[in-house]
Design a protein around this ligand. Structure first.
Ligand code: ADP
Ligand code: ADP
Length: 224
């Protein structure tokens, strides 16, 4: 399975050309989308996540046309936005249960098992009854992944997920992502070159709405 983006264009109402003929081929594994603030990363990710429309171009996940089959895409998509709002007074388990309901998992027993599974996977099972407001930054981000993988997605999009995490939490978070990337397309947006170099099997550099380079991180970054 591949995510194939072809000639994607987006100009905002204020005239900013956020994406200019962006074409990318993204295989299973961890893909790094590297670029400075304002490069167009979030625009690209939100477009792939069906949260906004491009002006032209195509996005395909396998045989699925992302723009014309949004509902289908959402069933196989996990998304952790840059600003992920939590309900501080809820416990991890209760909120995950709500997310699972929203994702259409109506059978109570199945939901309970699924929630327990993602809590274990993200190393949050022990703290499942704690309030999210008391979670550390790292715990919050792992919770963000827990909700994103409830539907066992084929494509997981994470936008600048490690901002504000200390090195230990960051490593823990990245270990989790790497594990998921063994059988999932994971697109990681970041402005940290070293993270991409260490983690990603493929990468692209985007700047001012243009893909300037794409390929293998070790080769590309050495050439920079
Ligand atoms: P990045 O995620 O790489 O920081 P963005 O996709 O957020 O980049 O932004 C790309 C460009 O588009 C920036 O110049 C940004 O200011 C602009 N932009 C983003 N969202 C909007 C919007 N809703 N309306 C107008 N301009 C926007
Ligand atoms: P990011 O850090 O992901 O690039 P931003 O801080 O640029 O995000 O944008 C945060 C929100 O503000 C997004 O919803 C984006 O679409 C919107 N936004 C960004 N730039 C502009 C802009 N120039 N005009 C209007 N909305 C914008």
């Amino acid at each position: 399975m591949k995510l194939v983006i072809e000639n994607l264009n987006k100009t905002y109402a204020n005239g900013v050309q956020a994406l200019q003929n962006v074409s990318l081929e993204i295989p299973t594994g961890m893909f790094g989308l590297l670029g400075p603030n304002g490069a167009g990363k979030s625009t690209l990710m939100r477009t792939v996540a069906t949260l906004q429309d491009a002006d032209s171009g195509s996005i395909k996940l396998g045989a699925l046309n992302v723009q014309s089959e949004k509902q289908e895409l959402r069933k196989v998509l996990g998304y952790l936005p840059q600003q992920f709002g939590l309900y501080p007074k809820m416990t991890a388990e209760v909120l995950l249960n709500h997310f699972a309901v929203l994702k259409g998992i109506t059978a109570k027993k199945q939901r309970k098992e699924l929630v327990a599974f993602v809590l274990q996977k993200t190393n949050l099972y022990e703290v499942r009854n704690q309030h999210l407001g008391g979670f550390s930054g790292g715990m919050k981000q792992r919770f963000g992944i827990a909700q994103a993988i409830l539907n066992n997605p084929k494509l997981l999009i994470v936008d600048e997920p490690t901002a504000g995490l200390d090195p230990k939490e960051r490593n823990r978070f990245y270990n989790l992502l790497s594990e998921i990337a063994e059988n999932t397309i994971v697109v990681l947006s970041t402005h940290i070159v070293d993270d991409v170099k260490e983690l990603c099997t493929q990468m692209a550099i985007i700047n001012a709405g243009n893909v300037v380079l794409q390929g293998n991180p070790i080769q590309l970054i050495e050439d920079l």
